[in-house]
Structure formats: C-alpha cells, structure tokens
Design a protein around this ligand. Structure first.
Ligand code: GDP
Length: 199
C-alpha cells in the first residue's frame, strides 16, 4: 500500500476535464491550514509535493496526482479562508460540487479535520453535504500529536464529531487519527485506501 511514485498529471477547472482513464481516485478536502499539504507529503514521504491549490489568488482547480501509475490523489481547493466575513461560509463553487456529484471513479473523499480545535460549522456542513449526497467519506483528523495542556485534546474533537456522526448517519463514516509530525496514522490511512480501492 506504500506510495513509490507520484506524478502531477493535470489541473482541471471542471469535472468534465478531469482524466478519463477510469483509475480510482481519492479527493482530499479540508479547510485551509488543516494540514493537507503536510499530510500528503507524509503519505508520500517526500518534502514537497507541489500543491497548486496552495497558491493564493489562483483560480481554484481540481489537481490530479497519479500514484504508482495506478490510482489518483486529487487535491481540491481548501474551503473557508479565514477572513472575518468568510470564515464560517462553505464557499464552494459549482465546479467543486459538480466534481463530487459526477465523478464516477471517486472512491472516497478524505475529509480533513483539525483535531486541535473545536469542530467548525463549516466542517460539519461539509460532512453533511457529502452525506446527503451519498458521497463516501473518511474523516481524517490532523495534528493529533498536539496534546493536552497547550490546546484542545484531540479526543474532544473526536468525541464531538462522533456524536454528530451518530446522529446524522445510519452508518458513521470511518475515521483515522493522523499526525504529520509523528507519522501517526500514516500506514493505517494508506492501508485503508488500498482496501477501498480493492473493494
Ligand atoms: P494546508 O493549508 O491544509 O495545506 O496546511 P499545511 O500542511 O500547510 O499546515 C498548516 C500548518 O499546520 C503548518 O504550520 C503546519 O506546520 C501545521 N501542521 C500540519 N500538520 C501538522 C501536524 O500533524 N502536527 C502539527 N503539530 N502541526 C501540523
């Protein structure tokens, strides 16, 4: 399940333009600053996988990275940029929704949630939207190395999210606790993705 090779394939600005070779893919999604680039670099065991979506002010795009020539990691624009007026709004353009609703090769969305802060309305809205639209997701908690004392304990965020999931899903989505600093959850996440691909 390890990543031996990763190559950038293309940026698309609508679902229609995405690669059409039928390889399975995982979309990675979360608020900006959730730790997405760090997580991807940890999965790949490399310092810098250039994430085009990180460049501020750039057109938001769907970015396909081909892994081991057999499946894709898709980097999607982060939502909820933290300006006062926008912070709690799920500011998704139609193209992002179009991607989720029309991408038949999408195996699952990895929804990244920062475990060190209380769950945000925008994250819950996002989980709800995916759930309502029957889009499979795995909740990936990030920054789980940040423990007691200084900030919020990951268990608190986890607990709050689990309560939310229990109320809103017949079968609550799988979740994995990760840290890009300690490597926690890395192998578990890779294995999880390989199991979903072969399902
Ligand atoms: P992105 O905007 O979602 O791509 O987030 P980045 O990967 O750039 O990370 C945002 C900030 O969170 C940076 O300051 C990182 O150093 C920090 N960060 C990311 N992952 C972790 C983690 O697992 N543990 C800790 N303690 N900090 C992290």
């Amino acid at each position: 399940s390890q990543i031996k090779e990763i190559e950038f394939v293309k940026s698309s600005n609508r679902a229609k333009d995405c690669p059409r070779d039928e390889r399975p893919e995982f979309a990675i999604l979360g608020r900006s600053n959730v730790g997405k680039s760090s997580l991807i670099n940890t999965l790949v065991k490399r310092k810098e996988v250039a994430l085009t979506s990180k460049k501020p002010g750039k057109t938001q795009l769907i970015n396909h990275f081909l892994v081991n020539k057999s499946w894709y990691i898709v980097d999607l624009p982060g939502y909820g940029f933290a300006t006062a007026s926008e912070s709690e709004r799920m500011d998704w353009s139609a193209f992002t929704k179009g991607y989720f609703l029309n991408r038949e090769t999408l195996v699952a969305v990895l929804l990244l949630i920062d475990a060190t802060i209380p769950p945000k309305r925008i994250d819950i809205d996002c989980a709800n939207w995916l759930g309502r639209n029957n889009i499979p997701m795995t909740i990936v908690f990030t920054k789980c190395d940040k423990m007691k004392g200084k900030g919020r304990r990951p268990e608190e965020t986890l607990g709050a999210f689990q309560d939310f999931m229990k109320e809103n899903y017949k079968q609550h989505p799988p979740w994995i606790m990760t840290s890009s600093v300690s490597g926690l959850g890395r192998d578990e996440l890779l294995l999880h993705m390989s199991q979903l691909r072969n399902y």
